[in-house]
Design a protein around this ligand. Structure first.
Ligand code: PMP
Length: 400
């Protein structure tokens, strides 16, 4: 039966991690996959998560969750994204479903759009973007279109091209929006630009689908990172989807904790889409995993744990910020060819260096420094021990 199967190349970023693990050099540095590392280069279990796990261990059982997930978790997740006041106003017009992390939330959004909308809307995706966006939506049969988001010459957001993509798109198209900390470029619109974008979404009758994988992890402040989501839903009064992940902001990568939120404009639409999410989830995973959602719910619902989590967000986001500036300093002081201001303009987990594929390859092969082919680096992989080595190696490589 299966002789005819196509061979598909392994996922580039997971393959890069495997290559890094197999490298025996003591100098090796992993700047590939976007996972937080502490100042010694180790995975970090957030202290708030440890406390939550301790509290949970007394009451933990292994029963099934309801099909749409843990009710308190869904409520707390929605409150987190919308803020308590907007949540209060919007809650009867909200459909929510726990998901297999951010990827699962995007997939559920796609399933729901496919089930609700005929003809099938086009999905507009920024270029560049997170490597999985095209796959998630094209695997569901959507036609995906790219629009230019980044200008490699200015090494900055190309806002005019974003505006014109919105103006040219057919009404009832869907746009994937990185809510903050755009992956891979680290370039987000300013508040003024977000306002203009929201206005255009409204005028052109487009559906905003927020991919919110970095709330609180980007700036250390959930409210700032959720600015665009709240602006679109509250001030501009748009219907919107929000795909939440707790992989980065709670370090729950492998627990697959996420939630899909749909802000609709009527209570009936919320009831109907909630019922659809239930049947869509039932036929895919029956019901979502319980443990990570319980860990996250306990943190979000408990004032003391919530404060501890805020401290953890500050720890992670400020370490990343300081490594970003140390790399910048190292590049400049090593005389690395070109200008590096873009690196400190960017925000979030990633640095988008703008190196050619041959430099990226040389860094991997000669210096044991691993980064994505498009020269995106996970800044969290830097620490006091390796940051200068990385800066100097890049400088040397650019001279060759
Ligand atoms: N969207 C973006 C932009 C991401 O960077 C990621 C994680 N790398 C995700 C979604 C989803 O990740 P996960 O499924 O692990 O939550």
């Amino acid at each position: 039966w299966f002789d005819q199967a196509r061979f598909i190349q392994p996922d580039a970023i997971f393959a890069l991690t495997a290559q890094y693990i197999a490298d025996t050099s003591p100098k090796k540095v992993n700047l590939g996959q976007g996972t937080y590392r502490d100042e010694h280069g180790n995975p970090w279990v957030l202290p708030s998560v440890r406390q939550s796990r301790k509290l949970l261990s007394q009451e933990l059982n292994h029963e099934y969750l309801p099909i749409v997930g843990l009710a308190d978790f869904r409520k707390e997740a929605a409150k987190l994204a919308l803020g308590p006041e907007l949540f209060q106003k919007q809650q009867d017009k909200l459909a929510t479903c726990q998901s297999l992390s951010g990827t699962g939330a995007l997939h559920l959004a796609g399933l729901l759009l496919r089930a609700c909308k005929t003809p099938l809307p086009k999905i507009y995706i920024p270029e560049p973007t997170w490597s999985n966006h095209h796959q998630v939506f094209s695997s569901l049969g959507f036609q995906c279109e790219s629009f230019r988001y980044y200008n490699p010459e200015t090494k900055d957001l190309d806002i005019d091209s974003y505006y014109s993509a919105l103006k040219l798109a057919e009404p009832n198209s869907v746009f994937i929006i990185h809510a903050c900390a755009h992956n891979p470029t680290g370039c987000d619109p300013s508040k003024e630009q977000w306002r203009e974008l929201a206005r255009l979404f409204k005028e052109r009758q487009l559906f905003p689908l927020f991919d919110a994988a970095y709330l609180g992890f980007n700036s250390g402040n959930v409210d700032s990172d959720a600015f665009a989501i709240r602006l679109f839903i509250e001030e501009t009064n748009l219907e919107a989807g929000v795909c939440l992940s707790f992989a980065k902001n709670m370090g729950l990568y492998g627990e697959r904790v996420g939630c899909f939120l749909l802000a609709t404009s009527t209570e009936q639409a919320a009831v109907k889409t909630q019922s659809m999410l239930e049947i869509l989830q039932r036929s895919e995973v029956s019901n979502p995993p319980a443990y990570g959602a319980k860990v996250a719910r306990t943190i979000l619902a408990d004032a003391t744990l919530r404060e501890a989590w805020q401290d953890d967000l500050t720890t992670m986001s400020s370490r990343i910020r300081s490594m970003r500036s140390e790399l910048y300093e190292s590049l400049v002081s090593s005389g690395a060819l070109g200008s590096w201001e873009h690196l400190i303009r960017q925000s979030g987990m990633f640095g988008f260096l703008g190196l050619s594929p041959s430099v990226v390859l040389r860094l991997r092969e000669q210096y044991h420094i691993y980064m994505a082919d498009n020269s995106r680096i996970s800044i969290a992989g830097l620490n006091k021990q390796n940051v200068d080595y990385v800066g100097k190696s890049i400088a040397e490589c650019l001279k060759q």
